[in-house]
Design a protein around this ligand. Structure first.
Ligand code: 1QV
Ligand code: ZN
Length: 261
């Protein structure tokens, strides 16, 4: 997807506006399990990712993004709560300076050390990510919690590429990475709600799909995430890229639906 989507230069903790003025469907949120509503009409997710569409990995000063060629319908998401077909454009993570916190969403206030976001846009209705990002049914983001445990073999190729993009705006070629290897074994159980991007421009265009089952990565793999920097090579004060999550937002009466009882 186009990486020219320029983000406003906000503090990495984007402590900026707690919510977009008039924003009543902001993300992230705490998922209160006993208040979520089972919806039997929610289908299993259908992902079809082609590793050949993987293009590059870069540090955008907020996270690191693995970007996919989204000029054709080669890597897609459909099913779940979605009516249309969505194209994968990138995935990225949010994490803490310690394993005690780092995720954006929480489940009954439970924090995870990190959270993976797979970002897709509605290619049935729009022709570019930049268009879809402004529309209320434009994006679908799969959120997957990370826990510290055994080493994630599939993640290691990505971890090994991170030292090459330590600084903001650094980019390296990154090919043949299959994001399906980052999905948990069970993708049928998820929560879903209408929300927003969690980084500027915070647009309220996201159908969030948060997986119930987490994936495991090793302590050492997560430590390499923390070796990244928010700052570019030119800046004289280097800041570790940690705690790149947004503060939680109010539900404003929204319902979180679950695909499982
Ligand atoms: N954390 S997030 O909500 O998944 C998320 N934020 C952003 C964002 F701010 C962007 F500018 C952008 F181009 C994205 F593709 C995403 S995707
Ligand atoms: Zn994100």
């Amino acid at each position: 997807c186009s990486s020219k989507y320029v983000l406003s230069q906000m503090h990495p903790m984007w402590q900026g506006p707690l919510a977009v003025p008039g924003g009543d469907r902001q993300s992230p949120i705490d998922i209160v399990v006993r208040k979520s509503v089972f919806d039997s009409k929610l289908k299993p997710l259908v992902t079809n990712y082609d590793p050949q569409t993987c293009q590059q990995i870069w540090n955008n000063g907020y996270s690191f993004l693995v970007e996919y060629d989204d000029t054709t319908d080669k890597s897609t998401l459909k099913g779940g709560p979605l009516q249309d077909q969505f194209r994968l454009c990138q995935f990225h993570f949010h994490w803490g300076e310690s394993n005690a916190w780092g995720s954006e969403h929480t489940v009954d206030r439970r924090l995870f050390p990190a959270e993976l976001h797979l970002v897709h846009w509605n290619s049935d209705k729009y022709s570019l990510f930049e268009e879809a990002v402004m529309e209320d049914n434009g994006l679908a983001v799969i959120g997957i919690f990370l826990k510290v445990g055994k080493r994630h073999e599939g993640l290691q190729k990505l971890v090994d590429a991170l030292p090459a993009i330590r600084h903001k705006d650094s980019v390296v070629e990154f090919t043949r990475f299959d994001p399906a290897c980052l999905l948990p074994a069970n993708t049928d159980d998820y929560w879903t709600y209408h929300g927003s991007l969690t980084t500027p421009p915070l647009t309220e265009s996201v159908s969030w799909i948060v997986m119930k089952q987490h994936i495991e990565v090793s302590h050492d793999q997560l430590a390499v995430f923390r070796s990244l920097l928010f700052t570019s090579a030119e800046e004289d004060v280097q800041k570790s890229m940690v705690n790149n999550f947004r503060v939680q937002q109010s539900l404003c009466g929204r319902t979180v639906r679950s695909s499982f009882t």
